[in-house]
Design a protein. Sequence first.
Length: 158
Amino acid sequence: MTAYQGKTQPIRLDSSVQLMLGKHLLTCYPHEACGVLLGAAAAGGMHIKDYVPMSNVAPDPLHAFVPDPREWVKALYNEPAPVGLFHSHPHSAPWPSPSDIEGLSALGPEFKVYLIGSPCTDKNEEITLRGFHIDRLSDSSGTAVYRLLHAPLYALLK
Ligand SMILES: [Zn+2]
């Protein structure tokens, strides 16, 4: 496990993106917020440079997220294409839920990172953000298996 964790590259966020994520999360509260992340692979990990907030059209937006299909398709065909997905957990810690893991199979291979945010009440921060790499494997029968690997997350001050 130790060797494996050593290979988990960091995810870096521009501080402006961190602010946008926090704002969107708080604006949508108590509903889940969602959107896509723009960026690129950079030396030593992923670098997230922009965020495109989306409307959550889930029937139960308190406990689920479904990005608006029109906004979703528009973002996918835009340049640059999204490299990651963000959503919030307004009522629980920012760890992937079973339905989050299930939803990974709907994401194309251009999606490399996965960010989850939660409102934070015990620190001097607006939100707690956690970052994950989307890991795609196939099991012995060739079935795709998806995992989220927790990655160090840094905000870049400019
Ligand atoms: Zn979730």
